[in-house]
Design a protein around this ligand. Structure first.
Ligand code: AKB
Length: 320
């Protein structure tokens, strides 16, 4: 079968950049973007787009057959903060969409699946520093429960039915192109926007809340890296720990101040503090580095430079 890719959830924060990168690597017509809503101009104009509900098995199957899809990246999900507000909706979306693609692969209609897991599989009883791949996973959030359950099903489908499913435990992801939505780590994107516009940010996470984070370019490299790895190199079929940098709101504020000295941060923690407090501070991702050669590029200051430069650039362009 020739490589043809379907991205479900392509209009979201990860999906839009993943689509852009995959269209650059393969011919644009070989990468079908889909989402329940339309995405940004670049996404809509750079290749095929289909309106698709990730919960609708037959609609996914139709697209898979019509476009002769071989690989699916399932990026549609409800993230941690929104999931706490709508627990059953989050559970239904996160699990049904996963079963839809796992079952398509089980029936031999697709060859390979990428499904994102998260640091949210860990919980308050997990050791927080350099959290190991196989340590205690007792998540205390709906999102975390759905990710941990999903991981177990991915491994089950791989062992029982030979489904080639690959997964990463993403940390908080930071990007300037598409805004995140409904996550606990979203503050680390908002802060750059507010620093440029108002020179001030009111953080919904408290000082000292250190979380694992990553610049989007690195996350896209990791995602395509694990999908391109030889099947025998991918030894973990639940979800690989993935790490780059760890910092708290005061660290990112200090990094921004190097460019905008008058920037100030104020702390007003809300319900998302409890979610953040249940997650690790830093991750041990040595299995990913060893098995399929994962390596990150960006540290905090390099990321800040790219974020500020690009956000300032797009602000200048919209005000011209
Ligand atoms: C969230 O904050 O919910 C996500 C995640 C860490 O998976 N960014």
């Amino acid at each position: 079968m020739k490589k043809r890719i379907l991205i479900i959830g392509a209009s979201g924060q990860i999906g839009s950049e993943l689509t852009e990168r995959l269209r650059k690597i393969y011919a644009p017509h070989k990468v079908i973007a889909s989402d329940i809503r339309e995405g940004n101009q670049e996404l809509m104009e750079s290749g095929p787009f289909e309106v698709l509900d990730a919960m609708d098995y037959s609609a996914i199957e139709d697209i898979v057959i019509n476009y002769e899809i071989s690989e699916v990246y399932l990026m549609a999900a409800m993230l941690s903060a929104t999931a706490e507000k709508f627990p059953m909706k989050a559970w239904n979306l996160n699990m049904t969409s996963l079963f839809n693609v796992l079952n398509l692969a089980k029936e031999g209609k697709i060859e390979k699946i990428f499904w994102p897991s998260s640091i949210a599989v860990f919980g308050p009883s997990t050791p927080k520093i350099n959290t190991h791949q196989n340590t205690i996973t007792e998540p205390s959030t709906v999102y975390g429960i759905s990710k941990l359950t999903g991981e177990r099903w991915c491994e089950y489908y791989h062992k029982k039915y030979g489904v080639d499913v690959r997964s990463l435990r993403y940390p908080g992801l930071i990007s300037y192109k598409t805004a995140p939505g409904g996550g606990t780590t979203d503050y680390a994107v908002e802060i750059y926007h507010k620093a440029i516009k108002h020179k001030k940010y009111i953080s919904f996470l408290d000082k000292g809340t250190v979380l694992p984070m990553m610049f989007m370019d690195d996350a896209i490299n990791a995602t395509i890296g694990i999908m391109e790895a030889k099947s025998e190199e991918v030894k973990i079929r639940s979800g690989y720990n993935l790490a780059a940098i760890s910092f708290g709101p005061e660290d990112i504020a200090a990094s921004i101040k190097k460019h905008i000295p008058e920037f100030e941060i104020v702390y007003q923690p809300d319900f998302r503090q409890d979610i953040a407090d249940s997650w690790p501070n830093s991750m041990d991702d040595s299995e990913a580095r060893k098995d399929w050669g994962w390596a990150h590029t960006y540290d905090l200051d390099e990321m800040t430079e790219v974020m500020l430069e690009n956000l300032q650039g797009s602000l200048r362009r919209t005000s011209e």
